[in-house]
Design a protein around this ligand. Structure first.
Ligand SMILES: *[C@@H]1O[C@H](CO)[C@@H](O)[C@H](O)[C@H]1NC(C)=O
Ligand SMILES: *[C@@H]1O[C@H](CO)[C@@H](O)[C@H](O)[C@H]1NC(C)=O
Ligand SMILES: *[C@@H]1O[C@H](CO)[C@@H](O)[C@H](O)[C@H]1NC(C)=O
Ligand SMILES: *[C@@H]1O[C@H](CO)[C@@H](O)[C@H](O)[C@H]1NC(C)=O
Ligand SMILES: *[C@@H]1O[C@H](CO)[C@@H](O)[C@H](O)[C@H]1NC(C)=O
Ligand SMILES: *[C@@H]1O[C@H](CO)[C@@H](O)[C@H](O)[C@H]1NC(C)=O
Ligand SMILES: *[C@@H]1O[C@H](CO)[C@@H](O)[C@H](O)[C@H]1NC(C)=O
Ligand SMILES: *[C@@H]1O[C@H](CO)[C@@H](O)[C@H](O)[C@H]1NC(C)=O
Ligand SMILES: *[C@@H]1O[C@H](CO)[C@@H](O)[C@H](O)[C@H]1NC(C)=O
Ligand SMILES: CC(=O)N[C@H]1CO[C@H](CO)[C@@H](O)[C@@H]1O
Length: 538
C-alpha cells in the first residue's frame, strides 16, 4: 500500500508548492489536523472536500493504513503503527485540477524506564556522591527533561539527550543526608500540544551516610586478671555517626564477651565483665573492634592472667589453754612471698610457721599474714589475719585491788578490785562471819558495820582465785555517838510508855476483849537490836 520512496518524495514536493499555483477553489481537508498521538495508537484520518466534482481522493502515509469508508467527496483511513512524527498527505482532483493537503502527526511516548543507579551502601560524610539516572525511551525528546531529586528538593534539571539518556548530578554528602531518599523524574511537557505534563518517577533510593573517626577506640582494662575473678572492660569511641549503626565486638583471647553497649550522641561505650575461667595463666589479648559501614577500628591490650592462692592462715588451736603450745602457719600458692607477723618466708612459695607458748597476753592476739605475688612487673598483695583465744585465769589483780583500806564512816568509796580471765570470772567480796557482800567497782556509802575482813573470790569454770581485803571503818567521835544513843533510848522509853497507856485505855472502854499478849510490842523489840548493831563497832 505504501508508495515507494521516490514516489513519496514527488508527492511531498507537490505539496510544498503553494496551493494558489494550482488555483484550488475547493480545499481538501485532512481531519484531524496536526494530531498528537501516543506511540502505537491508531488514528482515523478523513480526507474530504466540498468540491462537487471530486475524484481520486486518496491518502498518502508511511504508516500502515486501512480504508474504513468513503463517500462523495471523502475517504477515511485508519492509520496504525505510529512510532515517530510523520506527515500524511491527502490528494484528489476537483474538476480536473489536483488538490492536496497535509497534516503533521506528532507522536509521543512515555519513557520505558527511568532508573536511578544504585547508591553506595554507605557514603562517607563530606565526600562527593554522584547520582546517575538512566532514561530509556520517551519522546518527543525536545519536550522531555530529566530531574534528580533529594526528597522533594530538585538537585538538577537537564534536557534528555542521546539514547539511552544518562543524567548525572554530584552532591556533597552530609549527615543530614542520612536516610534521605533520592529519585529521578522525567517530565514530558505536552502542554503546548494541548495535553498535560506527564511525569515518570524512578524507584527511590535511600542513602546512608556515616562518619568513622580514624582514631582507634580507647580500651580501659586492668593489665592483670586473676583466675576466677571478674573485672570490667570498657571500650569507648566518640565521633561516630550514626552511632546507633555501629557494632562493637569485645573479646578476651578467643573468648567472645557480651558487652553492654550504651550510646550518647555520637559516642559509644561498650562495657563487659571479663572472667577468666579456663584457669590457664599467661598473656591474653583483649580486643575491641567497632564496625560501622563495613569498616572497623580496633584497639588491643594485653592482660596477664595469674592465679593467686592464699594466704591461708591456720592456728593449730584457735582456742588454746594457757601454757599450751600453738603453731601459727601461713601458706600460699607457688611464687607467693609470705610475711607472718614480721617473719619473712625463706623463699617465695615457702610457708611460714610461728610457735608460741600461749600466755594470758596472747588472748585476743591477732596474727596477720601478708602475701605478695609479682606478676608481670606488678605486685599483688593480700592479707589474712586470725585471732587467738587463750583460756586463763581467774586472777585477781593484786596491783589494783588494795589488801587493806581505812575509811571513815558515812563517806562514799569504791572498792577497786578486778579479776582477769578467759572466760571472764565473777568477782565477789564477802565479809567473814556475816558473809555479807560488799559492792565491788561501784561507789557505796561506808557504814560502820562494813568494818571487817573480806574474802574476795574470782571464779570461772577454770577455777578460783582468792584475795583477803581488810576494811577498817572509823566511826564519828564517841561523844556524838553517846548523845545520839541517849536521845534514841529516851525516845524508845517514851514510845513504850505511850503505847502501854493507849492499849490499857482502849481495853477499859470496850471491856469485852480477852487479854492477849500485846501485839504492838513486837516492833519495839525489833528496833532495839538494830540500835545495838549500830553501836557495836564503835
Ligand atoms: C468524512 O468527512 C465527511 C465530510 O465532512 C463526512 O460526511 C464523513 O461522514 C466522514 N467520514 C467518516 C468515516 O468520519
Ligand atoms: C525514605 O523512604 C523510606 C521508605 O519509602 C521511608 O521510610 C523514609 O521515611 C523516607 N525518608 C525520608 C527522609 O523521607
Ligand atoms: C509514565 O507515566 C505515565 C503517566 O504519567 C504512565 O501512564 C506510564 O505508565 C508511566 N510509565 C512508566 C514506565 O511507568
Ligand atoms: C562512657 O564511659 C565514660 C567513662 O568510662 C563516661 O565518661 C562516658 O560518659 C560514657 N559514655 C556513654 C555514652 O555512656
Ligand atoms: C601483646 O603481647 C604480644 C606478645 O606477647 C606483643 O607482641 C604485643 O605487642 C603486645 N601488645 C600490646 C598492645 O602491648
Ligand atoms: C590447720 O591446722 C590443723 C593442725 O595442723 C589441721 O588439722 C587443719 O586441717 C588445718 N586447717 C587448714 C584449713 O589448713
Ligand atoms: C615454751 O615452753 C617450753 C617449755 O615448757 C620451752 O622449752 C620453750 O622454749 C617455750 N617456747 C617459747 C617460744 O617460749
Ligand atoms: C596488709 O597489711 C599490711 C600491714 O598490716 C598493710 O600495710 C597493707 O596495706 C595490707 N595490704 C592490704 C592489701 O590490705
Ligand atoms: C550494814 O548494815 C546495813 C543496815 O544498817 C546493811 O544493809 C548492810 O548490808 C550491812 N553491811 C555489812 C557489810 O554488813
Ligand atoms: C463547477 C466548475 O467550476 N465547473 C467548471 C469546470 O471547468 C470548465 C472548463 O474547463 C468550466 O467551464 C466549468 O465552469
Amino acid at each position: 500500500m505504501a508508495p515507494s520512496g521516490a514516489c513519496w518524495i514527488l508527492l511531498l514536493c507537490g505539496c510544498l508548492l503553494p496551493p494558489g499555483v494550482q488555483g484550488q477553489e475547493f480545499p481538501l481537508r485532512v481531519e484531524p489536523r496536526d494530531p498528537v498521538l501516543r506511540a502505537g495508537a491508531s488514528l482515523l484520518v478523513n480526507c474530504s472536500t466540498d468540491c462537487p466534482d471530486s475524484d481520486l481522493i486518496t491518502l498518502e502515509t508511511l504508516l500502515s493504513k486501512e480504508l474504513v469508508g468513503q463517500g462523495q467527496g471523502w475517504v477515511a483511513f485508519l492509520l496504525s503503527g505510529a512510532s515517530d512524527d510523520s506527515q500524511v498527505l491527502c490528494s484528489g482532483y476537483c474538476n480536473g485540477s489536483q488538490m492536496t493537503s497535509t497534516s503533521h502527526i506528532t507522536v509521543y511516548e512515555f519513557p520505558e524506564r527511568v532508573e536511578l543507579a544504585p547508591l553506595p551502601p554507605w557514603q562517607p560524610v563530606g565526600e562527593d556522591l554522584t547520582l546517575r539516572c538512566q532514561v530509556v525511551g520517551g519522546q518527543p525528546r525536545a519536550r522531555l527533561s530529566v530531574l534528580l531529586l533529594r526528597g522533594e528538593e530538585e538537585l538538577s534539571r537537564q534536557p534528555a539527550l542521546g539514547e539511552p539518556v544518562e543524567v548525572t548530578a554530584t552532591v556533597r554528602a552530609d549527615r543530614s543526608d542520612h536516610g534521605a531518599n533520592f529519585s529521578c523524574v522525567t517530565e514530558l511537557d505536552l502542554r503546548p500540544l494541548g495535553l498535560e505534563l506527564f511525569k515518570n518517577v524512578s524507584a527511590p533510593r535511600q542513602l546512608q551516610t556515616f562518619v568513622l573517626p580514624l582514631t582507634p577506640p580507647s580500651l580501659a582494662v586492668f593489665p592483670l586478671l586473676e583466675v576466677g575473678t571478674s573485672w570490667p572492660v570498657v571500650c569507648h569511641l566518640s565521633g561516630l555517626f550514626p552511632a546507633s549503626a555501629a557494632q562493637v565486638r569485645l573479646a578476651l583471647g578467643d573468648q567472645m564477651l557480651n558487652p553492654q553497649v550504651t550510646r550518647d550522641g555520637d559516642a559509644l561505650n561498650a562495657t563487659a565483665i571479663v572472667t577468666e575461667r579456663s584457669g590457664h595463666e599467661g598473656a591474653r589479648e583483649v580486643v575491641c573492634s567497632v564496625t560501622l559501614a563495613g569498616r572497623s577500628r580496633e584497639a588491643r591490650k594485653n592482660v596477664t592472667v595469674y592465679s593467686f592462692l592464699g594466704p591461708f592462715l591456720n592456728l593449730s588451736e584457735p582456742i588454746a589453754t594457757e601454757g599450751s603450745s600453738v603453731t601459727v602457719t601461713c601458706t600460699a600458692g607457688a611464687r607467693v612471698q609470705l610475711v607472718l607477723d614480721g617473719v619473712r618466708a625463706a623463699a617465695p612459695g615457702q610457708p611460714v610457721h610461728l610457735q608460741l607458748n600461749a600466755t594470758e597476753r596472747d588472748d585476743g592476739r591477732s596474727f596477720s599474714c601478708g602475701a605478695t605475688l609479682q606478676v608481670d612487673g606488678h605486685f599483688v598483695h593480700r592479707n589474712r589475719s586470725a585471732r587467738l583465744r587463750v583460756l586463763y585465769g581467774p586472777r585477781i589483780d593484786r596491783a589494783t585491788c588494795p589488801q587493806h583500806v581505812a575509811w571513815r564512816e558515812r563517806t562514799t568509796h569504791v572498792l577497786h578490785c578486778e579479776a582477769r580471765g578467759n572466760p571472764a570470772p565473777q568477782l565477789r567480796c564477802l565479809q567473814e562471819g556475816s558473809r555479807r557482800e560488799v559492792p565491788v567497782g561501784v561507789p557505796f556509802l561506808v557504814q560502820l558495820n562494813y568494818s571487817g575482813t573480806y574474802r574476795c573470790q574470782a571464779a570461772s569454770p577454770r577455777g578460783t582465785d582468792t584475795l583477803v581485803v581488810v576494811m577498817d571503818v572509823q566511826g564519828m567521835n564517841s561523844s556524838t555517838v553517846s548523845i545520839v544513843l541517849g536521845v534514841l533510848v529516851t525516845l524508845g522509853l517514851v514510845a513504850v510508855a505511850a503505847a502501854s497507856l493507849y492499849i490499857f485505855g482502849v481495853q477499859k472502854r470496850s471491856g469485852s476483849y480477852p487479854v492477849k499478849q500485846p501485839g504492838p510490842s513486837l516492833p519495839l523489840q525489833s528496833m532495839q537490836p538494830e540500835e545495838g548493831d549500830g553501836g557495836q563497832p564503835s
